[in-house]
Design a protein around this ligand. Sequence first.
Ligand SMILES: NC(=O)C1=CN([C@@H]2O[C@H](COP(=O)(O)OP(=O)(O)OC[C@H]3O[C@@H](n4cnc5c(N)ncnc54)[C@H](O)[C@@H]3O)[C@@H](O)[C@H]2O)C=CC1
Ligand SMILES: O=C([O-])CC(=O)C(=O)O
Length: 362
Amino acid sequence: MDSSVISDANRRIIRISSHLLPPSNLQMGEEIDRCGLRREICRAKGAAPGSKVAILGAAGGIGQPLALLMKMNPLVSVLHLYDVVNTPGVTADISHMDTGAVVRGFLGQAQLEDALTGMDLVIIPAGVPRKPGMTRDDLFNINAGIVKTLCEAIAKCCPNAIVNLISNPVNSTVPIAAEVFKKAGTFDPKRLLGVTMLDVVRANTFVAEVLGLDPRDVDVPVVGGHAGVTILPLLSQVKPACSFTDKEIDYLTDRIQNGGTEVVEAKAGAGSATLSMAYAAVKFADACLRGLRGDAGIVECAFVASQVTELPFFASKVRLGRGGVEEIYPLGPLNEYERVGLDKAKKELATSIQKGVSFIRK
Ligand SMILES: NC(=O)C1=CN([C@@H]2O[C@H](COP(=O)(O)OP(=O)(O)OC[C@H]3O[C@@H](n4cnc5c(N)ncnc54)[C@H](O)[C@@H]3O)[C@@H](O)[C@H]2O)C=CC1
Ligand SMILES: O=C([O-])CC(=O)C(=O)O
């Protein structure tokens, strides 16, 4: 086991760079803080109110800024950072922030169960990102196995946690997670949410640009899924109420559906959206945490098990509450342009969902 990681579960605590405290100096059961002092010397802090949150893939391009932003979230009392690489450094760094959440790092498969035990919310940005020329589905072969392994551990260690799944292709990874949970007997459709918030964030931004408004005042429902034509912005339902020319509708639909590719191409091989995704993930996680706390009227779009269409999973507006997804809203009236888009979206989604399901059932 790597001893350079902060881990209460092993009663082994190192709060500085591991090179200052060689792992070989530590015995199981020893508790040492940054000055080499035993932990019992430090005065105990009462348990802070708030939720316990784990990020799986916390050392990655999304994971690091996501960890930073979750450490700043006052609804978080404990923040567990898990990855297969680099968590000691990320954890040491983030843990110096003078905000309330207690941060602990976990490195490698051997510490996955400790990372998950007791968590209320698990956010998963683990997995490989796209390079130019790839589709999200091209990530399936690697990311499907990663999501499977992580979800098996969630089913075992925190079966009641809310899961926010970011890893692509979301249209397939959410069905994979559902199948893993079903196999383990822990599936609760209210608690598994594919994160499509970045599509909404982009849609709000691009629509606000066209309308000459502040994006914070704009609300665009984006339904369907999270890849290409499955990303369906409902421009007829934008708030505040407005109208668009045909040219604006074509431009906005194309830009929203291909926002991810725009970033992948601009990064030219260095990955996909990370900073805007971390922002979107935190916006979504914060909504889930406010729901868990019992706040009323929290509505966001997410890719969930659904009966809104004939497909078993679909992204649409959902109301979040203490149990996770408490209500799934129908799509509302669609215009002809959106009905055509919906048919295209459903066709591709059906294939992607089936691919995820078959990966586990095979
Ligand atoms: N849902 C959405 O809207 C979006 C999804 N994504 C997806 O998020 C995923 C992550 O993207 P980035 O952070 O940019 O990639 P990245 O490569 O920078 O980071 C991924 C992290 O996952 C870790 N990882 C790999 N295998 C793991 C395992 N078995 N357990 C735990 N951690 C593991 C890696 O070590 C790495 O630190 C990609 O699949 C990407 O396509 C990206 C942007 C938006
Ligand atoms: O495009 C990608 O590969 C990453 C992603 O999902 C997004 O930015 O929407």
